[in-house]
Design a binder for this molecule. Structure first.
Ligand code: PXP
Length: 238
């Protein structure tokens, strides 16, 4: 089974925003990512619009031809945006406003009622719902209780410990994947995946449907170019 690559284009927007104009053009880059082999496009609009802006999300939906995944914290403004755009997938992330990037998965047990209500809202609108979680079995079972379709495993600790001991680094993810499979949940993963650590993750984790990758991929593109980079990431997933 092939794991699909969704390219997170936040960093393209960060670069554009640095100068206030429209270079690089986020829409064009997203379409080029698709042309080069991305099987999905991910955006993470934040309330401060420091990278992807609300308008980008609205502009992207009608032109994308692959799976559109919008991730973020399901607060009112985010929910309204997602419901007006109707992407293929929404990924619920408990990110605080003052952090550089997502730094934890949901506590799906403590937030059960809230997540259940949120999953229902999006699923009623025909959107697939994924919940971002740490690789902890109780959190996977908790996510299943909330009625989501998938979980996205937060891979930061895998990536951090990969070079020291990759077997040890991946163990909780393997167990989490088995628990997800038993619970009938689809499996995504993301955060800090790169050309070094991706292949081992995709080959070891059973049932991995999708990875979303942004930071390392855009960094690699500075050296390799966007087309070569996306093709290189796809090769790691074959
Ligand atoms: N998944 C989630 C929930 C994220 O917040 C991010 C970062 O925006 C990613 C995946 C992608 O992480 P990275 O940019 O490190 O590839």
């Amino acid at each position: 089974m092939e794991t699909r690559l969704s390219v997170n284009i936040n960093k393209i927007a960060t670069l554009r925003n640095a100068r206030g104009g429209n270079m690089p053009n986020v829409l064009k880059c997203a379409l080029d990512c698709e042309r080069y082999g991305a099987q999905g496009i991910t955006v993470h609009p934040r309330p401060d619009e420091r990278h992807i802006k609300r308008q980008d999300v609205l502009d992207l939906k009608p032109v994308l031809t692959t799976e559109f995944n919008i991730e973020g914290n399901p607060k009112d403004q985010f929910n309204q945006l997602v419901l007006s755009v109707l992407p293929a997938q929404v990924t619920l992330v408990p990110d605080a406003e003052n952090v550089l990037t997502s730094n934890a998965g949901w506590n799906t047990v403590a937030n059960h009622d809230f997540l259940k209500k949120t999953c229902k809202m999006f699923k009623d609108a025909g959107i697939r719902v994924s919940i971002f979680v740490d690789p902890v079995e109780d959190m996977i079972l908790g996510a299943a209780e909330c009625g989501c379709d998938r979980v996205e495993l937060y891979t930061e600790s895998y990536a951090k410990n990969y070079h020291a001991n990759r077997e040890q680094a991946i163990e909780p993810y393997y167990k989490a994947a088995v628990a997800a499979g038993k619970s009938g949940l689809g499996l995504n993963a993301g955060h800090d995946l790169n050309l070094d650590n991706l292949r081992y993750f995709a080959q070891t984790i059973p049932g991995l449907l999708e990875v979303s990758i942004g930071h390392a991929l855009i960094c690699d593109a500075l050296y390799l170019g966007l087309e070569n980079t996306i093709r290189a990431y796809r090769r790691e997933l074959l």
